[in-house]
Design a protein around this ligand. Structure first.
Ligand code: GTP
Ligand code: MG
Length: 450
C-alpha cells in the first residue's frame, strides 16, 4: 500500500496492540485490522497482536468484528500461526434503573479501594437513563466501566486479562494504544480507568499510551462538548499532580480532525443535507483513523515508538492535514498542474485548522507526507515544513523532520503533522469550550463532569 522511504536503518520491531472504546475507538480498531501491514508484522516469529473493543450498544461493533474475524482468515491463508493474534469485543449493557442503582452501590467500595475515586452519588431517574444506541454521559460510562471491572463476573477485567496474556507473548517491546473520542461519553468516561487497570496486568516491556480524538465543527452537539473538556482535564490533572496514577504513562496523542473535516466538506453541496452531514462525519472519522493507523503500524511501529519516546510523556498533537479530495476543485482528467494551487491553499490552512492556539511553540515537529507518485511531493514537503516551522517551531529548520510515503490513491494527498508539548490550554477546543456559556441543565452538567 504505502512505501516509506524514511527507515534507512531498521530498528527492532515495536509491537502495537489496540483497545478501542466507543464508536471512535471502534473506527481505529477497524482501521488497524484493515491494514495489510498488520499481516506482515505477524509473519515474523516473536510477534503478537491483541485487539479489544468495548462499547455500550452494538451498532458500532459489527464492522470491526467482521474485520476481526476476517483477519483470522487472512492469517490462515498465509499460514501465519493464529496464536499470534487475539481479537475480542465486549458489549456492555446499561442495566435497568433499579439493577443499575444496586450495582452502583455494590461497586463503590471496591472501586474506591482500587482507584481512590468516587463514582456518581446518585443515578438519574429510570426514564432519564440513556436508551440503547444513545449517548451515554461520562458519569454513567465511568460507573459501567467500574462495574465491569470490579463487580460480579467482571467482564472487562477478564477481557483485559486475556488481552494482557496476548501482549505478553510478544518478544519485542510494545505499545498498547487506548483509543477513544474525547467528546463522546462511552470512551471518554471509561478510557482512563481502564488504562490504569490494564497497566497492572501488562509485562514490563509493554507501555500504555492513549489516543483521544477531538471533535470538529461539523459534530453538532458533540462539538467541544463538556465531556471533551472534562476528559482533557482528567488526563491533564493526573499528569500534573500524582493524585492518581497516570492513565497513559507511555504518552498521549491528541488527534485533531478539523482540517480533514474542512477539506472533505469544502465545495460539496449535493444530496439531502442531513444524509450528507452524517456521511461526511463518517468519512472524516474513517479518514483520520486510517491515516493514524497507517502511520502507527508502518515500519513495524518505528514511527510510533520514536514519537512516543521523543515526547517524554508530553502530549503529542497529531493533525491529519488533508490537502486534496477526489473530484473536488480539480476533476479527474484535468491537468495535473491544477493541483498545485489547491495544494498550496490547503497547506496554508494548516495553522488555522490544527486546533492549536496562537502562540503555541514547540522544540521540534515531524511531518509525514503521503501523496501519489505523480504529485509534486517535494513541493508539498517543503511547503508544509515552511508553514509548520513558521507557525510553531522554535529553532532552525532542522528541528522539523520530514518523511514521505507514496499513497495508492491517485487523488489523495495529506500530511500528518506531529507537534509535541501542547497542553490543554494550547488547544482552541479547550479554551473556547471553557469560555463559552453552556446550554446544559445542572443535571446534565453533573453527568458530564465526572
Ligand atoms: N457523527 C459521527 N461522529 C463520529 C463518528 N465516528 C466518530 N465520531 C466522532 O466521535 C465523537 C463522539 O464520540 P463517539 O466515539 O461517537 O462517542 P462514544 O465514545 O461512542 O460515546 P457515546 O457518546 O456514549 O456514544 C464526535 O466528536 C465525532 O466526531 C461517526 O461515524 N459519525
Ligand atoms: Mg457511542
Amino acid at each position: 500500500m504505502t512505501e516509506s522511504t524514511a527507515a534507512a536503518s531498521r530498528p527492532q520491531p515495536h509491537g502495537l496492540h489496540v483497545i478501542g472504546i466507543g464508536r471512535t475507538g471502534a473506527a481505529y480498531v477497524e482501521a488497524l485490522l484493515r491494514t495489510g501491514e498488520i499481516e506482515d508484522v505477524l509473519a515474523h516469529s516473536g510477534s503478537s497482536f491483541a485487539a479489544l473493543l468495548l462499547d455500550i450498544g452494538e451498532d458500532d461493533m459489527f464492522v470491526p468484528n467482521d474485520y476481526g474475524r476476517s483477519l483470522t482468515k487472512r492469517l490462515a491463508s498465509r499460514e501465519i500461526p493464529l496464536d499470534r493474534y487475539h481479537y475480542e469485543s465486549v458489549l456492555l449493557q446499561t442495566p435497568g434503573g433499579e439493577a443499575f442503582a444496586k450495582q452502583l452501590e455494590a461497586v463503590r467500595a471496591p472501586f474506591k479501594a482500587a482507584t481512590g475515586q468516587d463514582l456518581i452519588p446518585k443515578l438519574p431517574k429510570g426514564d432519564e437513563l440513556p436508551k440503547v444506541g444513545q449517548h451515554t454521559p461520562r458519569a454513567l460510562s465511568k460507573a459501567l466501566g467500574a462495574i465491569g471491572t470490579h463487580l460480579g463476573d467482571k467482564p472487562i477485567a477478564s477481557a483485559l486479562q486475556r488481552f494482557a496474556d496476548q501482549v505478553r507473548k510478544s518478544e519485542f517491546p510494545s505499545t498498547v494504544l487506548v483509543v477513544f473520542g474525547l467528546a463522546g461519553g462511552t470512551g471518554s468516561g471509561m478510557a482512563a480507568d481502564l488504562a490504569r487497570a490494564l497497566r497492572l496486568l501488562l509485562p514490563a516491556n509493554a507501555q500504555v499510551a492513549g489516543l483521544g480524538q477531538l471533535s470538529h465543527s461539523g459534530d453538532g452537539d458533540y462539538f467541544n462538548s463538556l465531556a471533551q473538556t472534562t476528559a482533557l482535564e482528567e488526563i491533564d490533572a493526573s499528569a500534573a499532580k500524582d493524585a492518581s496514577p497516570q492513565p497513559f504513562p507511555g504518552g498521549f496523542f491528541v488527534v485533531t480532525t478539523e482540517h480533514s473535516w474542512q477539506r472533505l466538506t469544502a465545495y460539496t453541496s449535493t444530496g439531502i443535507r442531513e444524509v450528507r452531514q452524517r456521511f461526511k462525519q463518517m468519512v472524516t472519522n474513517r479518514f483520520v483513523a486510517d491515516s493514524f493507523m497507517r502511520w502507527a503500524i508502518a515500519d513495524s511501529g518505528a514511527h510510533l515508538a520514536r514519537a512516543l519516546s521523543r515526547a517524554h510523556g508530553r502530549w503529542i498533537l497529531f493533525d491529519v492535514a488533508k490537502l486534496t479530495h477526489p473530484g473536488v476543485q480539480v476533476l479527474p482528467g484535468e491537468a495535473g498542474s491544477r493541483w498545485d494551487s489547491v495544494l498550496q491553499q490547503w497547506i496554508g490552512f494548516t495553522p488555522q485548522f490544527s486546533g492549536l492556539s496562537d502562540g503555541f511553540k514547540t522544540d521540534y515537529a515531524e511531518i509525514h507526507v503521503y501523496a501519489p507518485r505523480d504529485t509534486r511531493i517535494d513541493m508539498i514537503e517543503e511547503e508544509l515544513r515552511r508553514v509548520v516551522s513558521a507557525a510553531y517551531v522554535k529553532g532552525n529548520r532542522n528541528a522539523v523532520s520530514t518523511y514521505r510515503s507514496e499513497f495508492f490513491d491517485a487523488l489523495t494527498a495529506y500530511g500528518n503533522v506531529i507537534l509535541p508539548g501542547a497542553t490543554k490550554d494550547d488547544l482552541v477546543a479547550y479554551r473556547e469550550a471553557k469560555a463559552g456559556a453552556t446550554k446544559l441543565s445542572a443535571t446534565a452538567r453533573a453527568l458530564e463532569t465526572a
